[in-house]
Design a protein around this ligand. Sequence first.
Ligand code: GLN
Ligand code: ZN
Length: 764
Amino acid sequence: MTVSHILGYPRIGAQRELKKATEAYWKGECPRSELEDTGRELRLRHWQAQQDAGLDFVSVGDFAFYDQVLNVSVTLGAVPARFNAQKEVAGGDVDLDTAFRMARGRAPSGEPAAACEMTKYFDTNYHYLVPELHEEQVFTLASNRLFDEVDEALRAGFTPKVTLTGPLTWLWLGKTKGRDFDRLTLLDSVLNVYGEILARLATQGIEWVQLDEPALVQDLPLAWQQAYERAYHRLQSAPLKLLLATYFGGLGDNLSLATRLPAAGLHIDAARAPQQVESVIDRLGPHQVLSIGFVDGRNIWRADLAALRERLLPLKVRLGQRLWLAPSCSLLHVPVDLAQETELGDELISWLAFARQKLDEVVTLTRLIDNRATPNDEQRLDEATRALDARRESSRIHQTVVSERLAAISPADSQRQVPYSLRAEAQRRALKLPLFPTTTIGSFPQTDEIRAARRAFKAGELTLADYEARMQNEIAYAVERQEALDIDVPVHGEAERNDMVEYFGEQLEGFAFTRFGWVQSYGSRCVKPPVIFGDVSRPAPMTVRWSQYAQTLTSKPMKGMLTGPVTILQWSFVRDDQPRETTCRQIALAMRDEVLDLENAGINVIQIDEPALREGLPLRQNEWQAYLDWAVESFQLSAAGVANTTQIHTHMCYSEFNDIIGAIAALDADVITIETSRSDMHLLDAFQDFAYPNEIGPGVYDIHTPNIPEVSWMVDLMEKALEKIPAERLWINPDCGLKTRNWAEVEPALANMVEAAKVLRQRY
Ligand code: GLN
Ligand code: ZN
């Protein structure tokens, strides 16, 4: 019979129980025992769901109070010295609070210390804690949590398969500290501990351990490919079976490596890379199990069970008992349970599957291809087919105007009328800005009053008119403050926006919003991505009246504020029935209309934020250019319809520009503001080396801390910038939006920033 399993389940709980419990624990509102109880209840509930669905294993090891990569670091004793946990590590039992201090710098017990760095897990929006690696570091088994959870599952009568980040992916995700060195020099010591872990799991009676090795879908240097061989030859001596799990893409040039490794089983992603299945089977060892992930673990669309059955039947013939089925990757990346969504409407609901529903899909598929389908399976098959047929034809999805408009796009639509140098002259005459113009990135503090007003409005306690009046007051306040501060290009402050994507999604056709569709982003933080289900269009202007109102309050040029098409796409669940680039272009055209309406309403400076442009880069470098081509074109489509005198800004808040500097230049925004204040202006090197031609505002005020930057400090930073970029092309601004700060911090900081600009104007 075909084995069904999953690579991991979301741990936050359908009601975000884990978030609530950990946050209460951190605040000292509940004792450790209560937090542990919540963890245990959630694990048991999730295992029960997997067993009830009919999976052959339950997944153990996917639970974490903060992050599964951090769990492995703790288990390997990789706790940086500043956390003073040498004794805990030596005793083989690192405390949970130590793990929390690594994650967040502080915990209810233990001394605070600088938290470990956090970054995105491959191309997901999930953030993991970066392992800190030191030359000649020695690893040692330093936690029993995994074994305790295995016992817990066994005692409750479940059949566990253990999941653990694999040794090479763990090292691949790590960063060297101190003198730079080759991370692979640590592999032997890491493998010693993995060997110990596997041996212990075997004594507990575990048959299968899944080692997650998604690094295998990336471009690996030769030394790393060889290290894979070395590592898995060593680990194969463990007295249990290893399932090597790869996901988020195809194996590509690592295909023969991955199939050659001596693991009892291999899992491959057939949602992202369906074309690799046959070539993997061709190379598979005669006894190796192949786990295939056709059910998409990264998206929320219902699987086409009928089509998958057809696709799987010949594979079943080839693989027989060696075929396993699972979702493509851990279900960590999708919301927990669709059954909770009561307000999406039956039609949309029938098109979706969240984590709980995906369990059923996998189990039903195995029974369908094994010819042991129950009446319930037949019904699921029918329902899926009907829902998918309806979805293909639904008038809610397809809008002829949108497709016609897309088909009519011409190259001229994504080009400004004249080159930047001529626009710059026209804008200089029209906007009359001083040298080193000052501006901010868009948002001003989201105060308690603003949030309270929004909550009251959503709860029906405040009328639309009252709510809008309050937002206008906030806008008026922000503009008045900026006037007093003498900021050259003010903004309206974004008081009316809950979130930079949701705000637009709620006003665009083709978007839907779930009530409980939370996905873990990092630690206790969850996001609720919008669902793009249909053709995107803009029925009415979205931001114009706010910007227009703000413009009436000042004679300075008010900067309009929009989120760019790539960022809206990147931070949503995107429809799977057309290429992502098509959806992105649709969003771009909707934003283009907004840009032109803003311009018509007298807004002559318009910022289109693209903080997610870089994170959309594919995992394989040979796919980067194709992505960047359509991403850049989408931005241009949204921006390029304006007159020469209208100044387009964009903003990006990250620190790695080298890889995409050509694409950034191709956006052809008149001004780009970037996050630089922590890098001592070294980030500008990429712009200098590329001879970036347009204007740049390198952030001089680090908004991530409450500290007030000194005038002299900002002047010095700008002097460094001036070594790389000529004065006429430099702006002065903070790093990013100010929404997380309060006015008491923002006002003196901006006053200093404006003062710094004035000092510089004296000098240049
Ligand atoms: N305009 C947005 C703001 O100021 C930009 C946020 C971002 O870059 N993430 O909040
Ligand atoms: Zn930013």
